[in-house]
Design a protein around this ligand. Structure first.
Ligand code: ADP
Ligand code: MG
Length: 220
């Protein structure tokens, strides 16, 4: 690596954006050297507990963009039911959990995925293990909030609305609004969407507090 490259690396590193040593090491181990544009532009805000709306397409690295700040804040104040991540499909939810488990491998992170088609009793048991991170589709999360004894999100600190345009196109609006009514208002919210539609801006107004808007047009 020549000097110029090294300098660029330093400026653009996860560390220079404020990511803690432990998570920088985890990124390095997984081969994440340079933050993607959405990560670069959002981390300075999310690490400072600002709400963000991120407009970025698939493959831009959104999972780490919300995963790193959530984990960094969690490390400072470990607590069950810390973050809820709503994503539209089974595949996306599973991918998000894999990402979280990989990056959180050294910090004893507990996460659970809650999806349709799974045994509700087994899921209730998984929720009773007090995971830090809950990832799921809105319908099933709402089901457990309404039906699973002993499970509530009174301590929730972070909500992520991943692929919000898809969530809304898939008619999850009623469930999302019901979840927003139940969870604490004192929290941080990150909303990500590939497109800004009327429904997305309505959801933004209902869920985010004074958000910073970040728009990344090019694919990583
Ligand atoms: P999105 O949610 O925006 O569709 P993902 O978060 O799933 O994107 O990331 C897309 C791919 O890019 C994944 O394979 C992920 O491992 C990889 N990736 C994410 N951030 C980085 C990075 N900083 N450096 C290299 N690869 C990355
Ligand atoms: Mg994604």
């Amino acid at each position: 690596m020549d000097q110029q490259e090294q300098q660029a690396n330093n400026i653009d590193s996860f560390k220079s954006l404020g990511v803690c040593e432990e998570l920088c090491l985890a990124c390095e181990k997984l081969g994440y050297k340079t933050p993607t544009p959405i990560q670069q532009q959002s981390l300075p805000y999310t690490l400072q507990k600002k709400d963000i709306i991120g407009l970025a397409e698939t493959g831009s690295g959104k999972t780490l963009a919300f995963g790193l700040p959530i984990l960094q804040h969690l490390l400072a104040n470990p607590q069950p039911y810390y973050a809820l991540i709503l994503s539209p499909t089974r595949e996306l939810c599973v991918q998000i959990q894999e990402h979280f488990q990989a990056i959180g491998a050294t910090i004893a992170l507990k996460s659970v995925v809650i999806l349709g088609g799974m045994d509700p009793l087994a899921q209730a048991k998984a929720l009773a293990q007090k995971p830090h991170i809950i990832i799921g589709t809105p319908g099933k999360i709402l089901y457990h909030l309404e039906n699973t004894k002993g499970f509530n999100l009174k301590q929730l600190k972070f909500l992520v609305l991943d692929e919000a345009d898809k969530l809304l196109n898939m008619d999850f609006e009623r469930e999302i609004n019901a979840i927003l009514d139940i969870i604490p208002k004192e929290r941080n919210t990150y909303l990500f969407s590939a497109t800004m539609t009327n429904k997305v801006s309505k959801l933004q107004r209902a869920s985010l507090k004074d958000p910073v808007k970040i728009e990344v047009s090019t694919k990583y």
